[in-house]
Design a protein around this ligand. Sequence first.
Ligand SMILES: C[S@@+](CC[C@H](N)C(=O)[O-])C[C@H]1O[C@@H](n2cnc3c(N)ncnc32)[C@H](O)[C@@H]1O
Length: 177
Amino acid sequence: MADADRERWDRRFATVGPGTPGPPSALVGREDLVPTTGAALDLACGRGTVAVWFAGRGLTTTAVDVSPEALRLTAALAEARGVAVTTVRADLDDGLSVTGPFDVVVCQRFRDPRLYAGLIELLVPGGLLVVSVLSTAGDEGGSYRAGPGELRSAFGHLDVLVDEEGNGEAHLVARVP
Ligand SMILES: C[S@@+](CC[C@H](N)C(=O)[O-])C[C@H]1O[C@@H](n2cnc3c(N)ncnc32)[C@H](O)[C@@H]1O
């Protein structure tokens, strides 16, 4: 990632307050799909709201982001909620620098199709994958948005539990066989 992009994210996070822990959007109302033991990974974690929710649920949680400000907010939220989250600063443009296996992997509102195959490899058999991206479905489009069916095409060979597109977003939840 270019320094200018990272600095842009840092500036954004420097002006927002802490978030509120909560499940990934694709799992709202489906929280029971998430195990209460094991290891979870939140890629491009932002303020860490999902990571801290995982940790509060009992998962040993790792949160990755390129922005030091995002990771600072994540660590502060974890401390405030009395849970442990391991924060890792990494540029996902350089690939997936973490090693699994994980029981849950989430990548929400960060899209890089080059990472899709690697996300699956990070999971244990039966592990839960949660991917949400901006989509052209129900939106004007843009080169950074997923085209129709992108997530189904990448992950349709898994045991798909949720596959939704619309209102400019796409969500897929699946288990690795
Ligand atoms: C739209 S936010 C999403 C944050 C969080 N996943 C959520 O759903 O609230 C995108 C996040 O991706 C991070 N990011 C952008 N490019 C990245 C890269 N190349 N490597 C790692 N993180 C990146 C940003 O710092 C930011 O935290």
